[in-house]
Design a protein. Structure first.
Lengths: 107, 123
């Protein structure tokens, strides 16, 4: 199975800050990577697919980059509604594994 | 609108089975894969398996092989996930999620999620 490792596990930031979360795959996955946002008590929401493609309706302050084994999700200017947990997922091969999550908290 | 609506919470005893349903609306059910993902309280997301509703083809994570069955009823646009031989570690929220594909038919992520079904396994 492909292991997905996110860092950091948690991060504190303020409204307006720029934040970057990274995700590393245990083997190359080309650009087959998705990012999700999850808020307490809710299902995940797709933000980015194919490493850098913005899902319809997602604000442009979210961006994704990377290929192969190293990927990142950047939020350019944090808004109050962005404080949540973020997950990466590889969709290169079964099983479709997720990272352990990064909790983004208000400083 | 496009949505997946899941069945309600379940409480089961160890060793029992549970079957969770996921009804699709607002799109052609047979045109998109359905995946099942679970999440224990305070934990991360765990992919369990996949189904192509058109062909009925399925694939499961090795961890759940032999215990999980994903099926569908196309006449009512509903997918099902059945998990057997339940143990306390199976206590979790179970989600169905629609697979988004690119123009080549490759999965690129899960774009629509059900509201989740809480399954509690307790004696």
């Amino acid at each position: 199975d492909i292991q997905m490792t996110q860092s950091p596990s948690s991060v504190s930031a303020s409204v307006g800050d720029r934040v970057t979360i990274t995700c590393r795959a245990s083997q190359g996955i080309s650009s087959w990577l998705a990012w999700y946002q999850q808020k307490p008590g809710k299902g995940p929401k797709l933000l980015i697919y194919a490493a850098f493609s913005l899902q319809s309706g997602v604000p442009s302050r979210f961006s994704g980059s990377g290929s192969g084994t190293d990927f990142s999700l950047t939020i350019s200017s944090l808004q109050p509604e962005d404080f949540a947990t973020y997950y990466c997922q590889q969709v290169n091969s079964f099983p479709y594994t997720f990272g352990q999550g990064t909790k983004l908290e208000i400083k | 609108q496009v949505q997946l609506v899941q069945s309600g919470a379940e409480v089961k005893k160890p060793g029992a089975s549970v079957k969770v349903s996921c009804k699709a609306s607002g799109y052609t059910f047979t045109s998109y894969d359905i995946n099942w993902v679970r999440q224990a309280t305070g934990q991360g997301l765990e992919w369990m398996g996949w189904m192509n509703p058109n062909s009925g083809n399925t694939g499961y994570a090795q961890k759940f092989q032999g215990r999980v069955t994903i099926s569908r009823n196309t006449s009512i646009s509903t997918a099902y996930m059945e998990l057997s031989s339940l143990r306390s570690e199976d206590t979790a929220v179970y989600y169905c999620a629609r697979g988004l594909t690119d123009y080549g038919g490759n999965s690129v992520g899960f774009d629509i999620w059900g509201q989740g079904t809480m399954v509690t396994v307790s004696s």
